[in-house]
Design a protein around this ligand. Structure first.
Ligand code: FAD
Length: 482
């Protein structure tokens, strides 16, 4: 459904907020002597209707915290006005990529009792130039790739699934199989337009208001709402040659992945654990991609030289670049059709120090059954620590880091809590080895856990919070300053 149509439909069942009662702490559709009027808005602040139910849910379907109102911003200035108002009246606010629900797993974007800003209402692609694009935070990566491919360009690192918002992934990280060359999506941003927690609209970049720029990227929504970003684009050839191959042994796959990272033969490296035949144990599948222009096809023998995969297990396929980067969409459509998309998703995504990867991942997999994953994918792939430049993107210290994700579906749904508990156990073991959590995961976290997570950067994180969001109005769902 087109975005405007969706919002019009949802708004039809919603009551517009016109006033707020500071003494009762409630929003009102009718003013009374106890209320003050909310600022004039270009968009709408709404009280009820399907938007509120959407804003109290996410892809995880585990945590549900209902906001009291949803802002459908008609302009950036609506966000400025709302956040200033929130500061004056101690109201919590958070951004959310709301069309079709948010993709967080554990309430990260929810604002219990506060106001959610539906960032999907601001979703324009403003400019595409030689090396960058200016987009609103509510733009989905798919929309940007479609537009930039028209001139042969793409963001260098893309998440596996493209239906994520620019503002959402820039607040968390944004990792994909190209990260070993280009870093994460947060490492490929040139400028941001941000509304800080104080309600100030600020343009920031590595040269201007650098501290704010560096805080907001991977800042988990704690310092400002990203309203617009200038993101890097690179030239891409129109085709992708996709190689997959199987390994019986995890160490053989991770060794090849590390070897290939240094060789730079491929544009993309990922890997998976898949159920072994008969459902007992795991086999490992590497996925490698080389982009190319027709007439300049890669030499397969050279591409696969010296790799130790199981003989004869390789599969080689050519697809258009867009089909490759959008490869998860057909799978998601299928999961929606069979009702799996709506089940709880207690995902765990962690960053493992390269030196610990084989033992740690193998140890976890030895204790993980197919039932524990609900047949969701398990990802294992490396990137270089040095390519991750943002100060609040917490990472292990090793030169090579592996993303390890168990993208669980809870079947039956009431197994979700047990799987969240299992995530916590895995996290604790990893933490003691110097690993870090990717904050999108479903792992219960205390304030002490967040201190451990940021380690030596915790002091700077707190300082940035005091400077940019001193009244602590922004993004309570992360549970960092609760
Ligand atoms: C099917 C699927 C596949 C995925 N694949 C990948 C992948 O390959 N790589 C990867 O890195 N991640 C992946 N993710 C995770 C994804 O990056 C996170 O869920 C992330 O939260 C982005 O989702 P979103 O755009 O829906 O943001 P939301 O979940 O709405 O928001 C995420 C956080 O950012 C805050 N936020 C949202 N918008 C703004 C804004 N404009 N300004 C400030 N803060 C904001 C929210 O309050 C929240 O705390 C995947 C998720 C799903 C469901």
């Amino acid at each position: 459904m087109k975005r405007r149509g969706f919002l019009r439909g949802a708004l039809a069942s919603a009551a517009a907020v016109v006033a707020y009662s500071p003494s009762r702490g409630v929003w009102a559709a009718q003013p009374d002597p106890d209320t003050i009027n909310i600022p004039d808005l270009d968009g709408e602040l709404v009280l009820a209707g399907s938007l509120l139910a959407d804003a109290a849910d996410d892809f995880g379907h585990i945590i549900s915290a209902a906001p009291v109102a949803v802002l459908i911003p008609g302009s950036t200035s609506d966000i400025v006005k709302l956040i200033k108002f929130a500061n004056d009246h101690d109201i919590k606010v958070g951004g959310m990529s709301m069309i079709g629900n948010t993709h967080s797993c554990y309430g990260q974007s929810q604002v219990g009792g506060g106001v959610v800003i539906d960032m999907s209402a601001l979703s324009e692609i403003h400019e595409i130039t030689e090396d960058s694009a200016v987009v609103d935070a509510g733009v989905r990566w798919r929309e940007l790739v479609q537009a930039s491919l028209a001139v042969g360009k793409s963001p260098p690192t893309l998440t596996d699934y493209l239906d994520l918002s620019v503002g959402g992934t820039l607040s968390c990280g944004g990792i994909g199989g190209q990260a070993f060359i280009h870093g994460l999506q947060v490492d490929n941003v040139l400028e941001l337009l941000v509304v800080t927690g104080k309600g100030k609209l600020v343009t920031c970049s590595p040269k201007k208001k650098r501290k704010l720029f560096e805080s907001v990227l991977a800042g988990l929504g704690q310092f400002g709402i990203i309203v617009r970003a200038r993101v890097r684009l690179v030239d891409v050839p129109p085709m992708a040659r996709v190689y997959t191959a199987l390994y019986t042994d995890l160490v053989a796959m991770t060794s090849d992945q590390e070897f290939l990272m240094d060789e730079c033969r491929f544009d993309y490296i990922e890997g998976f654990a898949e159920p072994a035949e008969g459902g007992q144990g795991w086999i490992y599948k590497i996925e490698l991609v080389k982009y190319f222009a027709p007439g300049d096809e890669p030499n397969d023998a050279e591409q696969l030289e010296d790799l130790a995969f199981n003989e004869g297990s390789e599969v080689i396929t050519d697809v258009p670049y867009f089909t490759f980067v959008d490869r998860v969409t057909p799978q998601v459509e299928f999961l929606k059709q069979i009702g799996v998309w709506g089940l709880p998703h207690p995902w765990i995504d962690v960053f493992v120090p390269g030196s610990e990867t084989d033992d740690f991942v193998q140890g976890v997999l030895n204790q993980t059954t197919l039932a524990d994953t609900g047949q969701g994918p398990i990802l294992i792939y490396p990137f270089k620590r040095a390519n991750v430049t943002r100060r609040f993107m917490a990472m292990p210290d090793d030169e090579t880091v592996f993303l390890f994700s168990i993208l669980r579906t809870a079947v039956p749904p009431d197994a979700a809590q047990q799987l969240v508990d299992a995530n916590r156990g895995i996290y604790e073991e990893l933490r003691d080895l110097g690993g870090k959590r990717y904050p999108i995961s479903a792992i219960p976290f205390s304030v002490q856990d967040w201190k451990d997570h940021f380690g030596g950067r915790w002091g700077s994180f707190v300082q940035a919070k005091c400077k940019y969001d001193p009244c602590n109005v922004l993004t309570p769902g992360q549970g960092i300053f609760s």
